[in-house]
Design a protein around this ligand. Sequence first.
Ligand SMILES: [Zn+2]
Ligand SMILES: [Zn+2]
Length: 374
Amino acid sequence: MSTAPELDRSTATTSPPAGLFGTGTAVPTVVPAAADLPVEIPVDTVGLSADDKVRTKVITSAIRRRSQELRAEHPVLRHQDALGLAAFGVAVLGFVGSGALYLTGVLPWYVTLFVSAAFAAIGHEVEHDLIHALYFRRRKGIRYALLFGVWAIRPYTINPVYRIRLHLRHHAYSGLPDDIEEVSITNGKPWGAVRLYSLLDPYVPALIRIVTTKPKDAEDALWRQTILKASIGLTPVAITIWYAFLGLHVASWLGADVPSGWLHALTVLTVVWVGPNVWRGFCLHFISSNMHYQGDVEQGNVLQQTQVFNRWYLVPFQVFCLNFGSTHPIHHFYVADPFYVRQLMERDIHPVLAANGVRFNDMGTFKRANRYNG
Ligand SMILES: [Zn+2]
Ligand SMILES: [Zn+2]
């Protein structure tokens, strides 16, 4: 497939696109005010114009077709569980190996930091695919074991089991204030010191806000409970190591008598475990929070939810989130492909996205604080 199919009204139908979770069900939006998030959230596409529904269907069909072609061209892609397991192995072994080479004096700290960050980025994509049950669909035990495995190499992230709910909610309410996952990584906030710092560490600014202010409304209360629940596990451990590392080093430079054993232990843990994820998280949060729109997106309108964000000068960030800005819009239209298939179809699908109204490199989003229309 080398040419971009234009919007073809003669063949495209005006029926609503299938729901993102394969339900095809259109229901009114319900923002749960309860203390927890539902796992299954049908996508409401009732308010979309016929034109937008047609464009969405054209894009989704093109992706599905290319997905089938790729599997015919490369039969190895049909072994999805094995490929997922292989990606998991590469991520974990690469991350651990890079740390081991630092500990044995082969690699300097800054090489380990960036190499480990790149392997952890593979782990992030594996987690995302597991959230959509793209590997071991009928083997929940294996899926959960792999989820905890990729969390072990990415401790500066929320509990992956809780992220399942948050991420499915992201697809259902993308671009709306109810999209807790994106709102929590600064999407929609005005630019300033707080937003910049929150890209590096979304958790501590969120925790400070939770402790020092009262909920504004039911949605805000839900956000607070969600952040607290989703942080149970490795996240506070990573936060403690990171800030102890920073604090004790600053104290040492200022002349305080800090035990050298503590400094050494914290430095090792930061270089081989936490630090690569602070950098990786910054890159992912920067790309993700600027390629998703927020605030005035129409409920369920995938055309407005993301832009393709892939200017050449974004490459230093894209490396550490596996080209997220370029391939994640494809995922919003069609969730059934693993990350490497999205990468393989990127060149063929981008013209289809462009021909049907998805924006490319809309840098005005920085001025508009992510609003679609300004
Ligand atoms: Zn997803
Ligand atoms: Zn998204």
